[in-house]
Write a protein that binds this ligand. Structure first.
Ligand code: 6PG
Length: 249
C-alpha cells in the first residue's frame, strides 16, 4: 500500500487511542461544519470503536460538537433488527447517539431488519438523496479491521469483494453474503469510502497484528485482504493502532 497517502499512528493502549480518535473526530467534523454548515460521518461497527464513541459523550467533546449539524451513517450493518445486540446501529446508539443532542432525522441507519437487497437499495437511495448533485463523499469514514483482513462487511472472497477486484462494482451499497458467518450483511462498497478525505482505521489488540502487517506490507491480494481496497482517491488514510496491534511492523 506504498502509493497511498497514508499515516500510521501508534498508541500505548486502547484508552489513549480512543481519546485520540475522539479528538480527530471532533476536529474533522468541526472543520466540515464550519466549512459547509454540515458534516457527515460513516461509523464503523464491531467492538473496537466503542471506547472512542463513549469518549465523544464526555463534555470536552460532546459540548464542542454541533450535533444538530452532524449526520451519522454506517459503513455496514448486520441484517438484524435495530434493537438486536449484533446491530451496529444498536451499538452506536448505546455508546454515543442516545447520549448526545443529535436530531433523530440526522441518524441514517441501514435498515437491517429489511431483506438485505432491499435494505441496500434503500440505503443507497438515502445516500444519493443526502449528497444530491454534490460530489458525494463523507467527511469522515471510520473503519475496523478483521483478523481475516476484512473491513466494513467486505469479507475475503465475498461477492462484493470479487466485484471490486474485477473493477465491476458500480453500487455505493451492496448486500453481501458472508459464507464463513453464514449471514447477510449490508455494506458500503469502496466507492464512497475511498472518496472520503479522511479515512481512519481503528485497530487494537494483538490478534489484529498479523492482519495489519499483511495488509500493509504483504503482497497486494485484495480478494484475500479486502482492507487493501481502501485507497483514498484524494484524501488521507490514517491507521490508528495500539501498540499490540502494531507490534509486527
Ligand atoms: C462490523 C464491522 C467490522 C469490524 C471488524 C473489526 O460490522 O463488525 O464493520 O468491519 O470493524 O470486524 O471488529 P472488532 O472491532 O469487533 O474487532
Amino acid at each position: 500500500m506504498m502509493d497511498v497517502n497514508m499515516r500510521i499512528e501508534k498508541f500505548s493502549d486502547p484508552a489513549d487511542l480512543a481519546q485520540a480518535a475522539a479528538t480527530r473526530f471532533m476536529s474533522v467534523i468541526g472543520a466540515a461544519v464550519r466549512r459547509r454548515g454540515r458534516a457527515s460521518v460513516a461509523l464503523s461497527g464491531g467492538a473496537t470503536p466503542k471506547a472512542a464513541y463513549r469518549r465523544l459523550t464526555t463534555p470536552l467533546f460532546a459540548d464542542s460538537i454541533e450535533w444538530k449539524r452532524v449526520h451519522i451513517f454506517w459503513g455496514d450493518e448486520r441484517c438484524v433488527p435495530p434493537d438486536h445486540r449484533d446491530s451496529n446501529y444498536h451499538m452506536a446508539n448505546e455508546t454515543l447517539l442516545s447520549q448526545v443532542p443529535i436530531p433523530t432525522e440526522n441518524i441514517h441507519r441501514i435498515r437491517g431488519e429489511e431483506e438485505p437487497h432491499t435494505a441496500a437499495e434503500n440505503y443507497e437511495k438515502v445516500l444519493r438523496s443526502f449528497f444530491g448533485d454534490a460530489e458525494a463523499h463523507f467527511d469522515l469514514v471510520l473503519l475496523g479491521l478483521g483478523k481475516d483482513g476484512h473491513t466494513a462487511s467486505l469479507f475475503p472472497s465475498s461477492e462484493a469483494v470479487l466485484l471490486e477486484v474485477q473493477g465491476l462494482q458500480n453500487r455505493w451499497v451492496f448486500a453481501n453474503y458472508v459464507d464463513k458467518l453464514a449471514t447477510w450483511r449490508v455494506t458500503l462498497s469502496t466507492i464512497l469510502i475511498n472518496a472520503s478525505p479522511h479515512i481512519i482505521f481503528l485497530v487494537t489488540g494483538p490478534d489484529k497484528a498479523k492482519a495489519f502487517k499483511r495488509v500493509l506490507h504483504g503482497p497486494y491480494i485484495p480478494e484475500e485482504l479486502p482492507a487493501q481496497l481502501i485507497r483514498p482517491q484524494k484524501g488521507r488514510l490514517i491507521w490508528m493502532l495500539d501498540k499490540s496491534a502494531a507490534r509486527l511492523i
